[in-house]
Design a protein around this ligand. Structure first.
Ligand code: UTP
Length: 303
């Protein structure tokens, strides 16, 4: 076994946010998908908080030239801060200051063309260098009561020294929407990946363990990405480079504790909004009431 995250601390998190977000047009014509809010904060903030909680202090955002909003969001808002300070709005001031806590640095790199997730990760190579790193796709929002999904994965990576890919069970008819893994043995939580394929049709899928948007990767992935040809959808797929990595290094599938919402889809975004509203002390009771009313009213109209 070659273990290659070599038990080094994972300090860098990469956020590939250069996709076109076509499923949310027309909203994403001007608002990047990652800036869509769940209750009071954009999707990207949830992913950033999860990475910081897992110990990352360098955040690399892979953006494109249309996504100024992401960089603006993490920039200091001097005028707004001054206004809030003058108005004595300390709570709101803390909220905008904590978007990026002290000691955490944000680096922006550009993906000139949307050539795929694998290509977006490769764009982060000059910043990541020769160390293990995390990748988080902000439209996969993971709700958990205890440790965040990435914290759990980083612990597994530190304990084993291998790369780690987050997985969850999906209904077999949905395998065509995911990367699907087969493992040697699976102890209920993790197992060494033997095979990984991008978006297989149900009949061809080696299992129903689907990859979701959290990875801890060995830097060896970069040289593999450099030679990965275009795959499914004409894009350079991260899955294909991970498949190549399996030949030389151990990569584990990891079933995290938590609930994942696919906020790249309309229903996923709605479901996440409901869950986070119900989980919010200040909003929960009122949100329940609103839902009951909506169901009653719609029910009446439908009859
Ligand atoms: P998606 O498959 O969700 O694509 O990308 P998308 O463009 O964001 O959205 P749709 O399908 O058109 O609605 C998965 C992740 O990979 C990033 C996206 O930003 C998202 O976080 N990505 C994808 C890139 O950064 N660059 C790419 O070339 C492709």
């Amino acid at each position: 076994m070659t273990a290659t995250t070599s038990k080094r601390r994972v300090r860098t998190a990469v956020f590939p946010v250069a996709g076109l977000g076509t499923r949310f047009l027309p909203a994403t014509k001007t608002v990047p998908k990652e800036m869509l809010p769940i209750v009071d904060r954009p999707l990207i903030q949830y992913a950033v908080d999860e990475a910081i909680a897992a110990g990352c202090d360098t955040l690399v955002f892979v953006t494109n030239r249309y996504k100024h909003a992401v960089a603006d969001y993490f920039d200091k808002a001097y005028e707004l801060e001054q206004k809030l300070e003058k108005a004595g709005k300390q709570e709101q001031l803390a909220l905008i200051r904590n978007v990026l806590p002290e000691g955490v640095r944000a680096v922006f790199v550009t993906q000139a063309e949307a050539l795929g997730l694998g290509h977006a990760v490769l764009c982060a190579k000059p910043v990541v260098g020769d160390a293990p790193f995390a990748v988080l796709l902000p439209d996969d929002l993971i709700w958990s009561r205890g440790d965040g999904a990435l914290t759990q994965m980083v612990e597994h990576a530190h304990a084993t020294g291998c790369s780690v890919v987050a997985v969850q069970d999906v209904p077999r008819e949905q395998t065509g929407s995911y990367g699907i893994v087969a493992t040697d043995t699976f102890d209920g939580q993790s197992g060494r990946i033997r095979q990984i394929v991008e978006k297989p049709q149900p009949a061809m899928a080696p299992s129903n363990l689907a990859v979701v948007g959290r990875y801890v990767l060995s830097p060896a992935i970069f040289s593999l990405l450099e030679t990965t040809p275009k795959g499914t959808g004409g894009e350079i797929q991260l899955t294909d480079a991970i498949a190549a990595l399996l030949a030389s290094e151990r990569v584990d599938a990891f079933r995290f504790r938590g609930t994942r919402f696919d906020c790249g889809t309309h229903l996923g975004l709605i479901e996440a909004t409901i869950r986070y509203a119900l989980d919010n002390e200040r909003l929960s009771d009122a949100a329940r009431g609103l839902m009951r009313n909506a169901l009653n009213e719609m029910g009446v109209k439908e009859n």
